[in-house]
Design a protein around this ligand. Structure first.
Ligand code: 3PY
Ligand code: ZN
Length: 633
């Protein structure tokens, strides 16, 4: 496809070529190597121009030009300031805990580069858009506790949808924000996946994350089951990093008729987490269920029970976020999670600005340089439209979530899944069914991956017109989704209060369930063997990061490698071009890693051949180049 073929040149083909044309264009007779990164990226652009970005409606009006407000160059970190990262580097995790206890103002974690985009636009934020602002974030917000910028769903999504290496993202951001604590979300024994992994996989992953630059690991388990977190806590401590251990918040401690997840449940659980080695306790309110008064009571009770800092995480889905934080601040919460305003609200975290201003007059108001923070927000405001095609259809406040209890990160995802199954118009039935399924399952904690099990069962029941009664009566003949079967077999661990026995036996149909930690039964992974297998597939020696990614996500990782081989460093393209390709006459500059800039100009798009192949005519740094693309339409 990259043959610079004189016969295919538009001027030559137009038959208007002067007789000197061939003499003047000797370059047209060279065969260009397909291996050149510039040519590979061009192939990606051509492919995207013709066929669109997978999953996006190619016919929607598009934003063509990158219009990023460049980060200001004048933001500097005050020279006498000691950041939380400085404390970790000089005094270790214990030093950070002591330092946190001495703070009189509430501290902030900025989730913009992880949970905010995970919850607002299906985890699609690209490294390029993070890297451009990272140093300014460090300098503008030196009082942050941390920047949450890795983990959760961002790991597989980077490979799967963005053609990016998540490890590279971590290294780049680490390098660009050396004085800011990096923070990640870690799903305990499910690591950054949706299933249980052997202990030595967790150990290797945590070690590699730490050596690549991760400082704070927020560890949770999707059923709040401590045995699924103990190993992770230990491995983080072994690496001399901060083990922040989360309790997923569900239900409503203010509702005395709901006794399963009451105040005592949480204070007992927090004590267990501290005994297991938690440096910090997080309250993980993934669905935005924690009402202001509940936050006050919960944080107060935790402060009376445990002597470690408390970090509160909420989503603004239900619209209570700022008020909830204000009450938690009054109860003495140490750190709260916020997103830059442009990426805040609704299923994301509450806005940093809104929280800051709401605490005016409060002696614990966080330290924020408003002017500098606004500059950062201007940048994110200019970037956000690039991702609008991935946004959840609902961007407003959803108070029915108090009943539905669906995590912010799941909301847009489940909607997309429902649309793919042509159930988009049944969203309100789906929400009701989600509540029903939770009851059937015995009122469980719902967060990745347990929330996915509830989501899978919900769609399955809607698709097959099932009711709880029908499931119990006819269950022996029903082929339940695999995630549901695995859940009832104990593969994700044990839910609070155990499984509902009747449903469990219907779902398992004789398959044995386990009650011990799945990791206690799984064989350790043989890394040398995996490395050798991967080396054969890649035809070169893989890095330890590649080996662990292959172990966690074999297919996703190999697909990424194939895509990268084909399209090269697509990550270097600006975001509108990455998602939309180019239009005729447009010019795009691509900064290649080498310091070289490639200038692509799209001259013409040919009509499809009998076989549906279109030829795209580009000018690349002044040289005509053409690319053939199969038109999939
Ligand atoms: C994740 O696990 O990715 C989450 O954000 C859960 O809230
Ligand atoms: Zn969250």
């Amino acid at each position: 496809p990259f043959l610079k073929n004189v016969f295919a040149h538009p001027t030559f083909r137009s038959a208007s070529a002067p007789t000197t044309f061939v003499d003047k264009h000797t370059e047209l007779f060279e065969i260009l190597p397909d291996k050149d990164p510039e040519r590979k990226v061009l192939r990606y652009v051509a492919e995207t121009t013709v066929n669109g970005f997978p999953g996006l409606d190619h016919n929607r009006p598009r934003i063509y030009t990158a219009n990023t407000i460049e980060p200001a160059k004048d933001i500097v970190l005050p020279s006498d300031l000691v950041t939380a990262k400085d404390v970790l580097d000089s005094k270790g995790p214990r030093g950070v805990v002591d330092w946190l206890k001495q703070q009189d103002k509430v501290l902030l974690t900025d989730t913009t580069m992880r949970d905010a985009h995970q919850s607002l636009f299906a985890t699609r934020l690209r490294t390029k858009d993070m890297a451009a602002i990272a140093t300014d974030v460090q300098n503008a917000l030196p009082n942050l506790f941390s920047s949450e910028m890795w983990g959760g769903a961002t790991f597989d999504t980077a490979y799967r949808f963005l053609g990016e290496d998540p490890w590279e993202r971590l290294r780049i951001l680490r390098e660009k924000m050396p004085r800011t604590l990096t923070q990640m979300l870690f799903r305990g024994s499910n690591a950054v996946g949706y299933q249980n992994y052997p202990d030595n996989v967790l150990q290797e992953f945590i070690k590699l994350a730490a050596t690549n630059g991760m400082d704070v690991f927020r560890i949770f388990d999707s059923l709040n089951w401590l045995p699924q977190m103990e190993k992770s806590i230990q491995y983080v401590r072994d690496n001399n990093k901060l083990a922040e251990v989360a309790m997923a918040y569900t239900g409503d401690i203010l509702d005395t008729s709901r006794t399963k997840y009451n105040l005592k449940y949480y204070t007992d659980f927090a004590q267990e987490l501290v005994d297991a080695g938690a440096h910090i306790i997080a309250i993980k309110d993934m669905a935005g269920l924690l009402k202001p008064e509940a936050a006050y009571q919960l944080v107060s009770a935790l402060k009376d029970t445990v002597d470690v800092p408390i970090h509160l995480h909420t989503h603004d889905t239900t619209g209570n976020g700022v008020y909830t934080y204000a009450r938690a601040v009054d109860a003495g919460v140490d750190i709260i999670d916020v997103a830059m305003s442009a990426f805040s609200g609704a299923t994301s975290q509450p806005s940093m600005g809104a929280v800051y201003y709401s605490l005016s007059g409060n002696k614990r108001q966080p330290e924020v340089n408003v002017d500098a923070a606004n500059k950062i927000n201007d940048y994110w405001t200019s970037v956000r439209p690039y991702y609008r095609d991935f946004a959840s259809a609902t961007s407003s406040t959803q108070t029915d979530i108090f009943e539905v209890e669906m995590p912010g990160g799941q909301y847009s995802n489940l909607q997309q899944q429902a649309q793919a199954l042509r159930l988009g118009d049944r969203w309100s039935d789906i929400k009701k069914m989600y509540v029903t399924v939770n009851k059937m399952f015995g009122d469980i904690i719902k967060v990745t991956p347990s929330s996915k099990v509830v989501g899978d069962m919900t769609l399955f029941m809607i698709q097959n017109d099932l009711t709880p009664e029908k499931v119990l009566a006819e269950g022996q003949t029903i082929d339940f989704p695999q995630s549901v079967v695995d859940f009832f077999a104990g593969d994700l661990g044990q839910p609070v209060g155990g499984f509902p026995k009747e449903l469990q036996s219907v779902v398992l149909k004789g398959r044995k369930s386990i009650t011990v930690r799945p990791g206690a039964l799984s064989e350790p992974v043989d890394f040398a063997q995996q490395e050798a297998t991967l080396a054969r597939k890649l035809k070169r020696q893989p890095t330890p990061e590649e080996v662990i990614s292959y172990i966690l996500y074999p297919k996703v990782f190999l697909d990424y490698v194939a895509k990268f081989d084909n399209f090269g460093p697509m990550t270097l393209l600006d975001t509108p071009t990455f998602f939309q390709g180019m239009r005729i006459g447009e010019r795009v500059d691509v900064q290649l890693g080498t310091g070289k800039t490639a200038i692509f100009q799209l001259e013409e798009i040919g009509e499809p051949s009998a076989k549906g192949i279109r030829t795209l005519y580009f000018d690349v740094n002044g040289t005509p180049l053409e690319v053939d693309v199969q038109d999939a339409s």
